[in-house]
Design a protein around this ligand. Structure first.
Ligand code: SF4
Ligand code: SF4
Length: 343
């Protein structure tokens, strides 16, 4: 067994010795609540949690191994991560003493417009649910969430059966570049809201915060959960990253968006067939009281850590190819109408 680099075998991916030594004995699937019927908050498991600044949780050290390795061996990746982290830690203006009053409709329209002009590709509004906050982290400092989505550039991420160096580099660089861009938009939006006398805070990436971002993004109408564990959006497919801003401004809420992606996943096998770690399964799982698509954490993470963040599953997803998602959503809509008319 290799000390620093893993290898693909007929039985799947074999992580390096260092990874095995740093990994906790407890399964990530157990921590995530697979098989649990009770609804509960997610547990801290992998990323740095900015609001508690704690390192004592199960997969923190393997996550750090990924970052240190990536920063040492891939300078460009390291530089962009550092820039994104600096943006995340930037000191932003304080809340103005005079508070601007507007109707919920006006705030919603103006925030959407500002966020889009500042670089967000998706904007949605949702009431914050305490169940989305990671257990042990502080409560969110506001009642409403502005969810933001940032498109990833597909070129350079294409995967055609071989996870070679250029694909790895393409996905890894594009991911951190999008986080950097997203964090700039998040900061601009926070400052704009604070200028008008309202509190605002939030983040994009890299790393995670106290908020589990997928459930609020689904509630805000960003799309449906795919078999690969990421959201499928009707325009961007799965090639986008999430950010958010927490506020106390009255807002008009968005609704979840369903257009047939969940059902499409029951018939498609592209991500499961391409995942080198065999982490994607064809059946939904019961996870903390919700029956949903779930990626095997213990199989995905070692490969994800090895490859500077993997991303094969979102790249091979047919919805992610440029120009495909909107046509596919329209085709599913037309098929649905046809089948309703014929019954
Ligand atoms: S990120 Fe990579 S290893 Fe993880 S599920 Fe997707 S394809 Fe598999
Ligand atoms: S590749 Fe296919 S099965 Fe996997 S998430 Fe995309 S549509 Fe669903």
């Amino acid at each position: 067994m290799n000390v620093f680099t893993g290898r693909l075998t007929d039985a799947g991916f074999e992580p390096p010795l260092l990874h095995r030594l740093l990994s906790p004995r407890v399964s990530g699937n157990t921590i995530n609540g697979v098989g649990e019927a009770q609804v509960r908050r997610p547990s801290r498991i992998y990323h740095w949690c900015y609001l508690t600044h704690s390192v004592w949780y199960p997969h923190y050290f393997v996550n750090m191994l990924l970052l240190v390795k990536a920063t040492l061996f891939h300078r460009r990746f390291g530089r962009i991560v550092s820039a994104a982290l600096a943006e995340q830690q930037k000191r932003l203006r304080s809340v103005a003493s005079r508070r601007v009053q507007r109707s919920a409709e006006d705030w919603t329209r103006e925030i959407r417009e500002f966020a889009r002009q500042s670089g967000a590709d998706l904007v949605g509004f949702v009431r914050a649910d305490p169940l989305w906050v990671v257990d042990g982290c502080e409560e969110l400092p506001g009642r409403w969430l502005i969810m933001l989505g940032f498109r990833m550039r597909y070129e350079g991420m294409e995967f055609e059966g071989k996870h070679n160096a250029s694909v790895k580099e393409g996905v890894a660089l594009e991911t951190v570049k999008v986080y950097h861009r997203g964090q700039r938009t998040v900061n601009a939006l926070i400052e704009w809201i604070r200028e008008q006398g309202w509190s605002a805070s939030g983040t994009c990436g890299p790393g995670a915060s106290a908020l589990n971002v997928i459930p609020p993004a689904l509630a805000a109408g960003f799309g449906e959960l795919g078999k690969h564990g990421s959201i499928i959006n009707r325009e961007l497919g799965s090639a986008f990253r999430l950010g958010y801003v927490v506020v106390d401004i009255p807002l008009m809420l968005d609704e979840p968006d369903t257009f047939g992606a969940d059902d499409f996943c029951t018939r498609c096998k592209a991500c499961a067939n391409s995942c080198p770690a065999g982490a994607i399964v064809h059946e939904k799982q019961l996870v903390r009281g919700v029956h949903k698509w779930y990626v095997d954490f213990d199989k995905c993470m070692p490969y994800f850590n090895e490859e500077l963040g993997c991303g094969i599953c979102i790249t091979v997803c047919p919805w992610s190819r440029p120009g495909v998602a909107a046509k596919l959503a329209e085709k599913l809509r037309a098929e649905g109408v046809k089948s309703r008319l014929s019954t």
